[in-house]
Design a protein around this ligand. Structure first.
Ligand code: AMP
Ligand code: MN
Ligand code: MN
Ligand code: MN
Length: 290
């Protein structure tokens, strides 16, 4: 059996578009062998306190995190903040702005779905009643619940994915700006799933070099559902751009089989782990070598 990482620094809960509560998520990943986890909900730290308490109960290491939507050269990218102080002011202000952007974008998504004959406003009303900060995944699940799509994957394919009516861009903050929020909150910034963006190899290298120059720390080298070829490319990017490496499944839902927690490959020795040293918890045993 290939060696598995006991680290998972990219996980979602019901505080954003995951299906498990923060406490249930911790129990789920701990039962699958994860010894060091980060909760990284989209643009919110609302689940951190509950997850941190559950991680203490389960005796696993916990890192407060967040996944921030940002812009780079006019594209949307996802930036992980790892080891942040969830109460830090600059970050809190930034995330309040993200919530406004998400609420306003959700209205545009709803309107565009309505115009194409899907019940967008109805879906959004249901989300508002539940008090969620809306992501496209929330819309996808509501379209399934309303009988418009068979499963979330089909909802993305027909309604919400790239080039579809519900794929609406927001004026997300620039990569450098959100990187500064994370630094001001004492955390390390890491580019999430770097191979998932439709960029040329040259543009991806420029992204990593610019990110390093503006204070970025790491890229996610081992990702849920990533192919071995993508992992190899991410390893060379990290080495070439002098960035640390992270490991994260991007787990959302136990019903989705392609990225279960606790099954990720280990980071290769050529890449420095983002979780060594401050602001990460000192663990009795190193989760990668134990
Ligand atoms: P948003 O940040 O609002 O654009 O929503 C993005 C979220 O939707 C991602 O974090 C995923 O959870 C989910 N998502 C995006 N694209 C797909 C897809 N093609 N299939 C399934 N889920 C997707
Ligand atoms: Mn998501
Ligand atoms: Mn993401
Ligand atoms: Mn994610």
């Amino acid at each position: 059996m290939k060696p598995r990482s006991a680290v998972d620094l990219h996980l979602h809960s019901t505080a954003s578009d995951g299906t498990l509560s923060p406490a249930a998520l911790v129990a789920h990943v701990a039962a699958r062998g994860v010894r060091l986890m980060a909760l990284t909900d989209h643009d919110t730290v609302a689940g951190i306190a509950e997850a941190a308490a559950a991680a203490r109960e389960h005796g696993i290491g916990f890192v407060a995190g967040v996944e921030i939507s940002v812009s780079w050269r006019g594209r949307s990218l996802h930036l992980l903040g790892l080891g942040v102080d969830p109460g830090a002011q600059t970050l809190a202000r930034g995330l309040a702005g993200q919530e406004s952007l998400r609420q306003e974008r959700a209205e545009r998504i709803a309107g565009r779905l309505d115009a194409k004959g899907a019940p967008g406003t109805l879906a959004l009303d249901k989300l508002r009643a539940r008090g969620v900060i809306p992501t496209r995944m929330h819309f996808a699940r509501e379209l399934v619940a309303l009988g418009i799509a068979q499963d979330p994957g089909a909802a993305f394919e027909r309604w919400l994915g790239r080039g579809r009516p519900g794929h609406v861009r927001a004026a997300w903050p620039e990569l450098a700006e959100a990187t500064a929020w994370i630094a001001a909150a004492g955390g390390k910034a890491a580019i999430a799933h770097p191979m998932r963006y439709p960029l040329s190899a040259g543009a991806r290298r420029e992204l990593c070099a610019e990110f390093r120059a503006c204070g970025g720390h790491a890229i996610e080298v081992v990702t849920g559902g990533g192919s071995p070829a993508h992992r190899e490319q991410a390893i060379s990017l990290a080495v070439r751009c002098d960035l640390e490496g992270s490991v994260g499944s991007d787990f959302h839902d136990p019903a989705i089989p392609w990225n279960p927690p606790g099954r990720l490959a280990k980071l290769p020795g050529s890449v420095r782990p983002v979780w060594r040293g401050a602001p990460f918890p000192g663990l009795a045993a190193d989760p990668e070598t134990e």
